[in-house]
Structure formats: C-alpha cells, structure tokens
Design a protein around this ligand. Structure first.
Ligand SMILES: Cc1cc2nc3c(=O)[nH]c(=O)nc-3n(C[C@H](O)[C@H](O)[C@H](O)COP(=O)(O)OP(=O)(O)OC[C@H]3O[C@@H](n4cnc5c(N)ncnc54)[C@H](O)[C@@H]3O)c2cc1C
Length: 313
C-alpha cells in the first residue's frame, strides 16, 4: 500500500460548490486537492440550457462545468478523478479513502458532495430529462411560458413548485398517487383555490409521452390507482417533485444531519460540528438548491477553511 497523500485542504465534490471552493482556496495559497467523484461537474452536467448563471445569458450545463473546472485548475487546484468511499473524521489529520486505493489525509475538509433529485424511474422520464422533464421549477419553469405543465408529487416541494409554475403556465395539473396531500395546510389551501391548478388525486404517471423532433414532451399517461383506468394529460413540461437525497453517506454517524439527511452547519457559515470540516452546496441546502447559491457556499467554505487553517499555524 502506498503512503497517504497529505494535503492542507481536501475538497470532495466537483459541482459548483466544490469548484468555487477550489478557486478561492487555491487563490488563498492553500494548495487544495479536489476529488471529483462519480459525476465530474455535478448535477448541471445532466441538463441543457442554464439561463440563470450571472454573466451568461444562456449556457449549456456541461459547458459551464467545464469552464468551472478549467478555472479551478488554472488557479492551482489539483483535480483528481477518484471517488471517496470512506471518510474518517475522528482522527487528525482527517483521512479519506479513494476508490482508486489512494488514501488522502487533510488538515481541513470541504464536503461538497451535492444531492440527487429523486425520479419516478420510468424509461420515458429518463430519456426526456432536459427535454421537457425536469426536477427544478426555479431552474426550468421559465422555458414553459404559455404552456400546460404537469407536476408530480404531494409534499411541500410539489405544492410550492406547482404554485410557482402558475407564473408561467396556462394550466398546472398536480398528479398525486394518494387522495390527500402531505404538504402544510396553508400551502394546500393556496393550491386548492388557485384557478390555474387542477389536482388529479389517486393517479400515478405511467409514461411521459414524447413529441416530435427535436425531442420534447406532449403529455403524460396516467393510471387511476383505484380503478386502473388510464388516460392522457397534455403538457409541454413535466416536473417531478418527489424529493431530493443529499449525498451525506460519508459523514452519517459522524456529523449531525437534519431531516432528510442534509448536513447541519452553523447558521451563516459552512462550519459543521467538527472544527476543520465544512459543508457547502446542495449537501447542506434543502431550500435554494441552485448553482449560484451552491457556488456562494463554496466560496464561504473556502474562506472558513482558510481562517481555520491559519489559526492552526
Ligand atoms: C436537471 C437539473 C437542472 C438544473 N438546472 C439548474 C439551473 O438551470 N440553474 C441552477 O442554478 N441550478 C440548476 N440545477 C440545480 C444545480 O445543479 C444544483 O443546485 C447544483 O449543481 C448543486 O451544486 P453542488 O456543488 O452542491 O453539488 P452537485 O452539483 O450535486 O455536485 C456534487 C458533486 O459531488 C461529487 N461527489 C458525490 N459523492 C462523492 C464522493 N463520495 N466522492 C467524491 N465526490 C463525490 C459528485 O461527483 C459531484 O461532482 C439543476 C439541477 C438539475 C438536476
């Protein structure tokens, strides 16, 4: 077995949070090492147009992430293609084991492992992701101005997304597999009395229906869970709002997690319960979940880490 690689700062994750932390940390002369994980570039590599990254009217998600990677590298970050499979925060330096067999030790760690939207698991849903199927109303609602939209889910997120999407859509149909919502009562009231929203109770989405060339969506095929009857709902956009899963497995049992598995940080900072361990981006944020907010937290994490490391000396 080779000797561990020791670095002052280890950044785990290569989404907007990780790369922004890397830019700041490299410019603070911390010589960071960033481990990219299984999805170099993070969630934005799974989408097409991004129209809310300041300074870029429109850019393809994968292109934006290549620019961020190049930026982090140009500032002096060492970027490694590896996946951290184990992280031990009980000893100092902290110890991370890569899938490659490399062991990394670090005086400080920034966790930026992000989150994953939960999907229904339909082939048609996956093949139309980015072409009419989305899991983020804030990101993609604008593309469906003047169109009909379907939202799937029954919790707070689904209801909030349905309400938000009425800003763009002529009609929003919320498809829910049960006969009541889990969302807070006040949200339910707003939803149920909204003139543009219709709720389809006791229905599941069986298929997202593709339209023409270029690829797009023309609706969904739904099934009544009580009668088995199937029908189609026309829609140009389908928003899956059944929850998110933060990638916090590495630190479960080592750091306090909030409901849903999000890493807890001190309010207004990226400090976790263990000094020298910082968390940024969707891993800790169940509310905003945007590239720009993740990047902002990545910046905060690098500044917090710099302060921690300089105090160590
Ligand atoms: C389809 C889609 C479209 C979106 N569109 C927009 C948009 O238009 N505008 C916008 O602002 N936001 C958009 N978002 C949301 C945005 O992508 C996220 O908020 C943002 O990517 C979160 O950044 P992050 O750095 O926290 O994590 P992520 O982007 O989730 O990246 C996490 C990183 O951690 C790495 N990782 C995970 N586990 C490990 C491990 N064990 N070892 C090493 N690395 C690991 C992964 O490989 C990945 O690189 C969209 C999201 C999706 C899914």
């Amino acid at each position: 077995m080779t000797d561990p690689r020791h670095v002052r700062l280890l950044i785990i994750g290569s989404g907007p949070a990780g790369y922004t932390a890397a830019v700041y940390a490299a410019r603070a002369m911390l010589s960071p090492l960033l481990v990219q994980g299984i999805e170099p570039g993070g969630q934005l590599t799974t989408t097409t147009e991004v129209e809310n990254w300041p300074g870029q009217v429109s850019i393809q998600g994968p292109d934006l992430m290549v620019l961020m990677e190049e930026h982090a590298r140009a500032m002096g970050t060492e970027i490694v293609s590896d996946i951290i499979t184990a992280l031990d925060l009980s000893q100092r330096p902290f110890r991370a084991t890569g899938d490659s067999g490399t062991v990394y030790t670090a005086d400080a760690v920034i966790l930026a492992t992000g989150a994953r939207a939960k999907w229904l698991g339909l082939d048609s849903e996956q093949s139309l992701r980015g072409f009419g199927v989305s899991a983020c109303a804030t990101c993609d609602g604008f593309f469906y101005r003047g169109e009909e939209i379907v939202v799937v889910g029954g919790g707070n997120t689904a209801v909030e997304e349905a309400l938000f999407l009425t800003n763009f859509a002529t009609k929003v149909t919320l498809v829910h597999r049960r006969d009541s919502l889990r969302a807070e009562k006040i949200l339910q009231e707003r939803l149920l009395k909204h003139p543009k929203i219709e709720v389809l109770w006791d229905h599941t989405v069986e298929e997202v229906l593709a339209a023409g060339d270029p690829a797009g969506v023309r609706g969904v095929r739904v099934r009544n869970v009580k009668t088995g009857a199937e029908s189609e709902i026309p829609a140009r956009g389908v928003f899956i709002a059944i929850g998110h899963a933060p990638a916090s497995e590495l630190v479960a049992g080592q750091l306090p997690l909030r409901e849903g598995g999000y890493v807890s940080v001190e309010p207004g900072s990226t400090r976790t319960a263990i000094p020298g361990v910082f968390a940024a981006g969707d891993l800790t944020d169940d509310h905003y979940r945007q590239a720009v907010t993740s990047a902002g937290m990545g910046c905060m994490a690098a500044l917090d880490a710099e302060k921690f490391l300089s105090a160590l000396e």
